[in-house]
Design a binder for this molecule. Sequence first.
Ligand code: HDE
Length: 680
Amino acid sequence: MSDKENQSKKVEQLEQFKVNDKDKYMTTNQGLKVSEDEFSLKAGERGPTLMEDFHFREKMTHFDHERIPERAVHARGSAAHGVFELYESIEEYTKAGFLTDTSRQTPVFVRFSTVAGSKGSPDTARDVRGFATKFYTDEGNFDLVGNNMPIFFIQDAIKFPDLIHAVKPEPNSGIPQAASAHDTFWDFVANNQESAHMSIWAMSDRALPRSYRMMEGFGVHTFRLVNEKGEAHFVKFHWKPVLGTHSIVWDEAQKLGGKNTDFHREDLYTAIEQGDYPEYELGVQIIKEEDEFSFDFDILDPTKVWPEEEVPVQIIGKMTLNQNVDNFFAETEQVAFHPGHVVPGIDFSNDPLLQGRLFSYTDTQLTRLGGPNFHEIPINRPKCPFHNNQRDGMHRMTINKGSVAYHNNSLADNTPAPASEEEGGYVHYQEKVEGKKIRARSESFKDHFSQATLFWNSMADHEKEHIINAYSFELGKVVSESVQQQVVNMLAHINLHLAQSVAENIGVSKPTEGGSSVTKCSPALSQTTTKYTLQSRAVAVIVDDGFQGQEVHDILVDLKNKGVNPHIISDKLGVKEGKDGVKVEVDATFLTAESVLFDAIYVASGEQSNKKFKQDATYFVQEAFSHFKPIAATHDGKQLLSNAGVSNAKGVVTEDDKQAFVTQFAEAIKSHRFFDRELV
Ligand code: HDE
């Protein structure tokens, strides 16, 4: 690659590989123009197909091999391109160029995913979400392969196959898809109690994000940052969504699984197409090496958070996702992440989960992407040059010239040559390591419950209610009473009220002893402390002929100006006409759009409509109300709300004054949900 190309953004590099087939002649893969693509070559019009039909054979063979194995975990995902910009240099901690040079714009590719489900499973399953970012830096690719929860189920990578075997569909029946609500998963949790803390995160609203644009990301493990002087600090990475961290409710998630399997994928894709670019700020939590043992948890234990109140998150930059993929397979499917893809200035810790991941990710690509050259696939190539003596293998793309493919050599002046540290060579942090070979776990990893209680203590009332309901749902699906009881007994170590409530709901014995002495809480763990924004919120506007034309039109314009996306919903597609002749185009009908697809509902008319219209509109608002969504109505829409029994509650706006209506409704949309409706 020339110097100019080296400077080019990753997106420009990808351009070289893009192909547009429009307006071209059809050819075989050998470039031969094809004269016919509908009929195979036969011996006579009604005769057998001939072996010599190379065109048919090539087309069919390619089709027969179109699928590759889906990822063992995180099979279901969606991705986008973007850019990372640094607000302030953290050279005090690291020499990584993209974290020290504020003039740089680092191209990124981010893939979000669910963990347990197959490639075609619903986006809204109760699950952890993957949040994997590839930074194409000038010094090579750095992959931050994180999740939307800051901890993990297990403390040692050797248990990962067990965890995943337990959560995936049970091997005898292949059931259930994309769900942890079954015996083997909960049997695993009860018998591997290091999972206690992560299990409560997975039962919380965090497992039901409203959108990929509205969830946090975490590097999970403790990494190391190393500065120019060779000094190291421990670090945890955070992504904070600019739109805030928001969730949907369980009933909604389940319905969405059927109504729109692609709910999150579509949300991400559409937002980017519309210019509502998802943004996330990058934060770091830093702990000095000398403070390694100053906490009441082991900082190497991946089942522990560093409470933000104790170790503040320093915001250092922002990532903006601004371009969708052109080809889902080529980019989203073929991208290969690896926590071991690091750059000078970033190093590992001895977290035993991280250490094991450093093996697994390259290994898995060998099967998934069919050989050792997956780094040459366009989406995986670094944007900086790469040279070494690795050669050959399946699907090798580069044509490496010359006779020398070994080191040391004299015939090529001993090149490609390793670089010194000053020249940018990666030098591992020289941590002193000493110990006996031993299969064991540190005593300091043995407290599995204090932080689970910390999490519980930090939840708002409705969040606690959701956690109780989630455990009750999941354990309610478990067949083995012994497993149910074991999990409830485990919950007693987190909080007695939690354990007793779940026990009552699922009909097993209520633990009477247990509880925790932990009284601390960490407000940052509750989603109620997040940012509230209304940008790009989807509002269903229910309209029928005879609505207050100009007034509704003005309200919609005002809402749009505030950043909201209104969608006109009615009984039929086409145009609806207001009393004064003002017209609106219907975007979707009661048949194709349901309340679960929207953040808020505005009933602009409908009470004067026919019975079917009223029935459908009533169901629409009642369902939205039961999901605690903001609801608003003007004119005869108000009557519809009152007949539906959903007026006079928090988050229901029926203000007469137009300006006040818009202001109040906008505030309600911004509030996301009105959970106190649930608690009365
Ligand atoms: Fe992964 N994980 N993982 N994981 N992981 C994979 O790699 C693995 C873990 C994460 O969008 C696989 O390329 C082990 C924690 C994400 O392509 C596989 C262990 C975290 C993605 C693998 C873990 C993650 C993966 C499957 C325990 C959060 C999707 C396909 C030691 C910090 C990346 C692949 C994408 C994918 C192994 C635990 C995040 C099999 C052995 C903890 C976001 O290699």
